[in-house]
Design a protein around this ligand. Structure first.
Ligand code: C5P
Length: 320
């Protein structure tokens, strides 16, 4: 949807400015969290008390969120740099390193221990998702030039096929964003799981600093366009769907991290790519190739291996 919204333009209508969509998604995330808090508090008094006490009264806690939201902003911008400097396939292979970086930060930051089977399952997942992604990248038609190319938060809606400029810079960018993704995710998970502060409050705190960073980005890169056409220029229903999807998707990430963890999030997103492939097969005439099918099978096997304690199961059936 994001890509479609960037390449399909109605005649006579201007293209929306991508950085405004990023900013509005942060604002929408904050509004959604406030709505949930209001629902949970059951009265306006309880709600305003909570906002005053937990959010306005604890600016230091919001400042803590500058680290993950700053890293997310950096990561999303670096992905754009990586996509502009690397070939699509190289990008996809190297970007899957975030599965391993997340696992490493889960061990280092969260004290999690992973046995050999789990590491093997993670490597298998990386291989499988790379194979699955290779098809979506090779079958993606080169997008038309778009009105604004300043979107830092939506790397995949940028031109996917660009002349290779500097692979070294691209590689450094992708490695840095993998490290940033793993660190930011585990840092956020640690904050969520080691304090009693509600997840909705944490997301508002993250959203405030995220809105700050995206606002600065928007003003820095698109101030002239904003002055000429306003914040909502080129918006139609699809743009709002994309914005809502971004915002609610971010909240889903937080829910997954709170009730499961960042490593499982990697498996979930990999499986969701396969589900998208199956939906595209029925809806968009998507023809899966052999690497896609093989990669999908590897992702499923790796998820299964990660989910079961493989060696325990094996020793249980082995006679002494
Ligand atoms: O690639 P990775 O899994 O690190 O991306 C996570 C994405 O989820 C980032 O784009 C980040 O902005 C978003 N996020 C969010 N709210 C959270 C956690 C992550 O919007 N609480």
């Amino acid at each position: 949807m994001m890509r479609y919204s960037r390449i399909v333009q109605k005649p006579g209508q201007s293209m929306y400015i991508a950085s405004t969509a990023v900013f509005l998604a942060e604002v929408l995330k904050i509004i959604a969290c406030l709505a949930v808090m209001r629902y949970q508090q059951r009265s306006w008094e309880g709600f305003t008390l909570m906002v005053r006490h937990e959010i306005l009264g604890k600016p230091k806690e919001t400042l803590k969120m500058l680290i993950p939201s700053g890293l997310y902003a950096l990561q999303n911008n670096l992905l754009y740099v990586a996509l502009s400097n690397l070939e699509a396939a190289t990008f996809q292979v190297t970007y899957q390193m975030k599965i391993l970086s997340t696992a490493i930060f889960s061990v280092v930051l969260l004290g999690r221990s992973l046995n050999r089977d789990k590491w093997c399952a993670l490597v298998l997942l990386m291989i499988g998702v790379t194979m699955v992604q290779s098809q979506s990248m090779s079958s993606a038609a080169p997008p038309e030039p778009v009105a604004s190319e300043t979107d830092g938060d939506m790397p995949l809606d940028q031109p996917l096929v660009l002349a290779v400029q500097n692979p070294f810079i691209g590689l450094v960018a992708v490695i840095t964003s993998c490290i940033s993704s793993g660190f930011a995710g585990c840092y956020f998970e640690k904050i969520l799981k080691t304090s009693d502060t509600s997840m909705w409050v944490r997301n508002i705190q993250l959203g405030i600093s995220g809105a700050f960073f995206s606002f600065v980005g928007m003003v820095m890169y698109d101030s002239q366009a904003l002055r000429e056409g306003g914040l909502l220029q080129g918006y139609d229903w699809l743009t709002w769907v994309v914005v809502a999807n971004q915002a609610l998707g971010g909240l889903l990430v937080a829910i997954v991290v709170k009730y499961a963890d960042n490593i499982l999030k990697g498996f979930a997103t990999s499986l969701s790519i396969i589900v998208s492939g199956i939906i595209s097969f029925y809806l968009f005439n998507f023809q899966p190739t052999m690497p896609f099918v093989l990669g999908a099978a590897i992702v499923m096997v790796s998820s299964y291996l990660y989910g079961i304690d493989f060696s325990k199961k094996m020793s249980a059936i082995k006679p002494h």
